[in-house]
Design a protein around this ligand. Structure first.
Ligand code: FES
Ligand code: FES
Length: 194
């Protein structure tokens, strides 16, 4: 699918934009969308689905703040195209809490003071959640290595590691199923902005 645009003032036609139809599961709900081929996942989630809990920092894969989970693996959503989500399962930070109740990992972050400004927190939370999908309890050093892809300018990391370590210790069965409460059922969206 393509959509050429013509300037109303100059009459100049810009190259046709390639649009791609996708069907994705986002936080347990099916999402049908028509997306520009160059739209990255972070913008798709934030701008078209309203899931602004996924933060964007560098947009070049360096800061990790945009981390989401795709098919069980932590992915930097600024480095993945929305059209690549077709047929895949995405979890964002909105999927963690149960209504107004923080989940156990978020509660551990709160109690261990593992955030200050909180801008990086979605990246840490989703990285840790993906780590739980591996099905075993990581040690403190492994946790530190796993979260190394997320940059934080506030905490110094120790409290983040402690919170994740505590979560694994207190909740050994932490790979919780997706909670379908972040989007209305069968969301159908046409995402045509690049
Ligand atoms: S915004 Fe994606 S890694 Fe920085
Ligand atoms: S808590 Fe501020 S950047 Fe991490």
């Amino acid at each position: 699918m393509t959509s050429a645009t013509t300037s109303a003032t100059t009459g100049v036609e810009t190259p046709a934009e390639v649009l791609v139809e996708t069907v994705t599961t986002v936080n347990g709900r099916e999402v049908r969308a028509t997306v520009p081929a160059r739209l990255h996942v972070a913008d798709f989630l934030r701008q078209h689905l309203g899931l602004t809990g996924t933060h964007v920092g560098c947009e070049q894969g360096a800061c990790g703040m945009c981390t989401v989970i795709v098919d069980g693996e932590a992915v930097k959503s600024c480095l993945m195209l929305a059209c690549q989500l077709d047929g895949r399962n995405v979890r964002t930070v909105e999927d963690l809490a149960e209504g107004d109740e923080l989940n156990a990992l978020q509660q551990a972050f709160k109690e261990e003071h593992a955030l200050q400004c909180g801008f990086c927190s979605p990246g840490f939370l989703m990285t840790a959640t993906a780590l739980a999908h591996q099905g075993y309890r990581p040690g403190r050093e492994e946790i530190r290595e796993e979260i190394a892809g997320v940059l934080c300018r506030c905490t110094g990391y120790d409290t983040v590691v402690t919170a994740i370590e505590r979560w694994f210790a207190e909740h050994p069965q932490t790979a919780a199923p997706s909670a379908p409460d972040a989007l209305p059922a069968d969301t159908d969206t046409t995402a045509t902005q690049g």
